[in-house]
Write a protein that binds this ligand. Structure first.
Ligand SMILES: [Zn+2]
Length: 442
């Protein structure tokens, strides 16, 4: 189960943005009643290229399915435990592939909460927290979990005193919430908190439990990292970013487009003040506002994670100085050695994405100089790269064809190349001092 979740999240996070001219659209009408009873009607509009002669969706088995229909479709259902347990698969078959958009209609009701699938024992909707995500399986999800869609939702029963975080527009009156999102994504994620500390800065909205010193630390970094990174990289290409810390003792952190959920760590950190990793984590997540579009199952995925992690390092240098930055760099050195190539012809390893890739970017900065590095990154940030060739073209523009060729070779090197990681010193062999994991989710 845990292994599966890792895989699922990897597949989902910042999934490829390949999309039709008119994206798929979800229209959700739902209410949360007594004891978190869900009653829902969902209409899914699919462009014909997303349908073919057959399409199938998953929904929690715990719901009673009242309707599943589409014009011209034969509908069948079966129980399934793939990719997670407790699901019902609804298959729509068409005699001939539609040439116009089609609408699938679902109506169902049943308990939103499910002790077997909730977040490490935290209910999806409890007295102080509502957290909905793909794994909740509260709305139909296409079986490949990669359908990109826009969404409108009309929800009743979201307590009026909960602070709501959603990556799109929010309108509220009493316990009724209307949501609208045009940026396509594979999920309709949201968090609502009863006792929230919030912050707003240019391009960022933050929320987390109040009366919590660690959340205060995250909150300060949320606005500071947003301001610093925009000053460095330029305007946000896809709009504002939401960051929310959830008060649950277990379960993972995860991210969707322009939206990050951080699970509050259960262990207290005695070195909170001197630990640059809280700021690094927030900087990393915010940097995905630019670095998010390369396909998660491709070798180009390093453009997402390595660029976000390099950007986070630069933010650490800004707030914690060279010493703080050195801690972050040192923690990567050992782990980068056996990572395998940053571009292995398929999705890179975790260590290649988060450790070696950022080190190669730091090394590149020292080879070509910070001014050229920043020139390259700002150009890329305007039109976030999906393919490594886009980065190499910008590198060639700022530093010449030889640098671009040499960097491409280092990305494909099996052994860790010799690198310069600090402003002055030569290649370092400082032992790793890993403290906090970066992202447990991808
Ligand atoms: Zn990331």
């Amino acid at each position: 189960m845990r292994v599966f979740f890792g895989w699922l999240l990897a597949a989902l996070a910042f999934a490829s943005l390949a999309r039709a001219a008119e994206p798929a659209h979800y229209d959700i009408k739902a209410s949360f009643g007594q004891d978190a009873a869900l009653k829902a009607e969902v209409e899914i509009r699919l462009p014909p290229e997303e349908v073919g002669t057959e399409t199938a969706f998953l929904i929690g088995e715990r719901f009673t399915l009242r309707q599943a229909s589409a014009p011209g479709a034969t509908v069948s259902t079966e129980l399934t435990d793939k990719p997670i347990g407790g699901l019902r698969k609804v298959t729509f078959k068409f005699a001939k592939a539609p040439t116009k958009p089609i609408k699938l209609k679902f109506a169902y009701d049943g308990p939103l909460n499910n002790p077997d699938t909730d977040n490490s024992g935290t209910p999806w909707l409890g007295p102080d927290l509502l957290e909905l995500r793909l794994e909740t399986m509260w709305i139909p999800v296409r079986t490949d979990i990669s359908l990109q869609y826009a969404v409108d939702a009309d929800l009743k029963g979201v307590p009026a005193d909960f602070t709501l975080v959603f990556p799109g527009d929010i309108r509220r009156s009493g316990d009724r919430v209307r949501l609208h999102r045009t940026l396509p994504d594979v999920d309709t994620p949201m968090v609502a908190l009863r006792h929230a500390a919030t912050a707003k800065g240019p391009g960022v909205v933050f929320a987390g439990p109040d009366d919590d010193p660690l959340v205060e630390t995250y909150r300060g970094h949320a606005t500071a990292a947003a301001a610093w990174l925009q000053g460095w990289l330029g305007p946000l290409p896809f709009g504002d970013v939401r960051i929310v810390v959830v008060p649950r003792k277990g379960g993972s952190s995860y991210a969707r487009r322009n939206y990050t959920v951080i699970s509050r760590p259960s262990a207290e950190d005695p070195d909170k003040a001197g630990n640059p990793n809280y700021g690094r984590l927030i900087g990393h997540e915010f940097a995905h506002a630019w670095w998010s579009v390369a396909g998660p199952q491709t070798e180009d995925y390093w453009l997402v994670e390595s660029l976000a992690e390099y950007s986070a390092g630069r933010y650490v240098e800004h707030f914690a100085g060279a010493e703080g930055y050195k801690k972050v760099i040192d923690a990567k050195i050992e782990r980068a050695k056996g990572s395998g190539p940053v571009m292995p012809g398929k999705r890179p390893t975790r260590e290649a994405l988060y450790q070696r890739g950022p080190l190669l970017l730091i090394d590149l900065e020292h080879r070509i100089g910070r001014a050229k590095m920043d020139d390259m990154l700002r150009a890329l940030a305007k039109d976030p790269p999906r393919h490594t060739s886009q980065l190499l073209a910008e590198l060639e523009r700022v530093a010449g064809a030889d640098e671009a060729k040499a960097f491409a070779a280092r990305l494909r090197a099996v052994d860790m190349p010799v690198v310069q990681l600090y402003a002055e010193a030569p290649a370092s062999t400082v032992a790793a001092a890993s403290s906090m994991e970066s992202e447990s989710r991808r």
